[in-house]
Design a protein around this ligand. Structure first.
Ligand SMILES: [Zn+2]
Length: 155
């Protein structure tokens, strides 16, 4: 018999595949084998999963002020609900909740936003003017200022 905890992992992995989360990330979060995951992906999406390289950081997904604002909001929501914890369940639950309120979001971008704030690859700073939390990084054109009110933050 499959242990309950294992069953939960299988269910989470299947749900995450449906969201379009890249398989190497699903594998890392659920420890389900690549073969099973690849088969499920094909069943769910009707095509083979991508073998392409993953982006290096959340900054690859921040292309303008709007994406900066949305990913900042997601990272802030995830932190408020889950603290610094990041798991398959926390990602899935927060992503569903976010989409219900704010509309569609690429779950891969959402994952990188949370991962990179945790790993301190980017900072989740608080805007001194509007007090919103936002992803701050000097290295990118759209993350050097608050995407909600345009206040520039001096590094
Ligand atoms: Zn602001």
């Amino acid at each position: 018999m499959v242990a309950l905890v294992e069953l939960e992992s299988l269910q989470l992995a299947h749900d995450l595949i449906q969201t379009g989360l890249r398989l190497s990330i699903v594998r890392g979060m659920t420890r389900i084998g690549t073969r099973t995951l690849r088969q499920w992906w094909k069943d769910v999406h009707g095509v083979r999963p991508s073998n392409g390289k993953l982006p290096e950081s959340v900054l690859s997904f921040i292309k303008d002020k709007d994406s900066a604002a949305r990913l900042s909001a997601f990272a802030a929501l995830h932190r408020r609900v889950n603290g610094m914890n990041l798991s398959a369940a926390s990602l899935l639950t927060t992503w569903r909740e976010f989409q219900r309120i704010c509309g569609p979001m690429d779950i891969n971008a959402a994952y990188f936003a949370v991962r990179d704030v945790r790993a301190r690859i980017v900072m989740l700073s608080k805007c001194p003017v509007c007090h919103a939390a936002f992803i701050y990084d000097v290295g990118s054109r759209h993350t050097g200022q608050c995407p909600f009110c345009d206040t520039k933050v001096l590094g």
